[in-house]
Design a protein around this ligand. Structure first.
Ligand code: 8YV
Length: 330
């Protein structure tokens, strides 16, 4: 029988997925779920036939320079591939796959939760009760802002952006979007979405911005200090995509100065580090922050694991894996 490929998985995955990986491959798993150091990653790419990294592994050109002759596939457990230098991987003849589609609804649900959270002061109310500080109801206390009728500006109208649009429509929001590509007219009509070719123009008109684009060289700090200033003073920003899409320092300055109503962030520029000024703003009830939980459901993680397995199997069987990452996507 043919030797089973050595599949090195960088983090601990759900037990059912690990069992399947062990059955199918010569799987080397991460028993204690510690994030791998660059040295461990270098060793992993030197030995592996297939590497299964997650968002916490930086597979950059330095790590890839250690890639051994057997490494032919990086089957990432996740959708965003900004942690992998795909171009360098490809130039070394390594195929990269991801897990798109299976975390769309979960991420859109979390986005919707965050869209509601800040205007309706969810975390602040929760905090009052946790601290035992509720003095009683009052007509003028804890007033938030209405969601119904508000304009939502979606930045990045891919799978997740569209799933956010469908949910927000059900909440009576008006959908606006910017993307480098306009949606086909039938989809645009179904979502009742207004396309803005100019991001600047859209930003000036919306009440809430939701970031749903990938982090690529083209989207790094797309919401720059200049663009953030185009937003209305009572606008909110929600980010469940990648911290790097927003100039985080500029965003913090604007919220601190009261030039923006607030933000709800699930992702940050230097994860797992979170800028202490953001934590301070969260304590003051000005923003809501979550530790990168957008796709964190049990079902989602199982689906992601299944996708990783399908990608590895089809690659090893000599087929084109279903979720191959192409340079044109970046
Ligand atoms: C995952 C994510 O938790 O898939 C992504 O792009 O950001 C997350 O939802 C992570 O990627 C797992 O590697």
């Amino acid at each position: 029988a043919k030797k089973k490929p050595l599949v090195i998985v960088t983090r601990t995955l759900p037990a059912v997925i690990e069992t399947r990986l062990r059955e199918l491959f010569d799987a080397r798993l991460n028993e204690d779920d510690h994030p791998m150091t660059p040295a461990e990653l270098a060793e992993a790419v030197r030995e592996a036939d297939v590497l299964v990294p997650t968002v916490t592994d930086r597979i950059d050109s330095a790590v890839l320079s250690h890639a051994g002759p057997n490494l032919k596939l990086i089957a990432s457990f996740g959708t965003g591939v900004d942690h992998i230098d795909v171009q360098v991987a490809m130039s070394r003849g390594i195929t990269v796959t991801n897990t798109p589609g299976v975390l769309t609804d979960d991420t859109a649900d979390m986005t919707m939760a965050l869209i509601l959270a800040v205007p309706r002061r969810l975390a602040e109310g929760f905090e009052v009760l946790k601290q035992g500080e509720w003095a009683g109801w009052s007509p003028t206390w804890m007033l938030g802002r209405r969601i119904t009728g508000k304009r939502l500006g979606i930045l990045g109208m891919g799978r997740i952006g569209q799933a956010v649009a469908r949910r927000a429509r059900a909440f009576g929001m008006q959908i606006h979007y910017h993307d480098r590509r306009r949606l086909p007219a039938t989809i645009e009509e179904a979502l009742e979405a207004t396309y803005w070719e100019s991001l600047d123009q859209m930003l000036a008109r919306v009440d809430i911005v939701s970031v749903n684009c990938p982090h690529t060289p083209a989207t790094y700090h797309l919401l720059s200090a200049r663009r953030l200033k185009l937003l209305k003073k009572d606008a909110y920003i929600v980010n469940t995509a990648r911290g790097e899409v927003i100039d985080e320092a500029a965003l913090i300055r604007m919220i601190e100065a009261g030039d923006l109503a607030g933000a709800a962030l699930d992702v940050f520029e230097n994860e797992p580090e979170v800028n202490p000024r953001l934590i301070k703003l969260a304590r003051a009830g000005r923003i809501v922050i979550l530790p990168h939980m957008g796709s964190a459901t049990l079902e989602g993680r199982l689906d992601m694991g299944e996708k990783v397995i399908v990608n590895i199997k089809s690659f090893i069987d000599g087929h084109r894996p279903p979720d191959r990452v192409l340079l044109s996507m970046l």
